[in-house]
Design a protein. Structure first.
Ligand code: SF4
Ligand code: SF4
Length: 131
């Protein structure tokens, strides 16, 4: 399961993610990280069997946690199967099937949003996370 973590400024210096990994034993993969002077945000991939434990521990530490159940929305009616999204997606969410129709593997998405601007038909949009 992918989680979006938002760290308030007072938690920037603390090794929260390392502590959660050590305390839960979860093999957490960091898909995306953004940190500046006022906020820190991570998107992490957590094994499903550890997800609730990881969510609970981050929340105890004061981190805002959202479960990202679906990261990208595809409007198939608008899609002209041009393949532009295949070229730009860094993790291979899109591919052609044997009839040259676009197919999505949404579970791979890391919410970089690059494809949204690349799509000439406005067929792609980001999906709000669920807490
Ligand atoms: S870029 Fe847009 S129109 Fe082109 S294949 Fe991808 S979703 Fe469809
Ligand atoms: S948001 Fe990024 S990772 Fe997700 S489908 Fe679009 S290009 Fe790929």
């Amino acid at each position: 399961m992918k989680l979006q973590l938002r760290f308030p400024p007072h938690l920037h210096e603390a090794p929260n993610t390392a502590e959660v990994i050590l305390e839960t034993g979860a093999r957490i993969n960091i898909d995306r990280a953004y940190v500046d002077a006022v906020r820190g945000e991570l998107i992490i991939d957590v094994p499903d069997d550890k997800a609730e434990q990881v969510v609970s521990l981050f929340k105890q530490k004061g981190v805002e946690v959202h479960k990202l159940l679906k990261l990208i929305s595809w409007n198939e009616d608008r899609c002209i199967h041009c393949g532009a999204c295949i070229s730009v997606c860094p993790v291979g969410v899109f591919k052609f099937d044997h009839e040259w129709q676009i197919k999505l593997d949404e579970g791979k998405c890391i919410r970089c949003n690059v494809c949204i601007n690349a799509c000439p038909m406005g067929a792609l949009s980001s999906v709000d996370s669920n807490s």
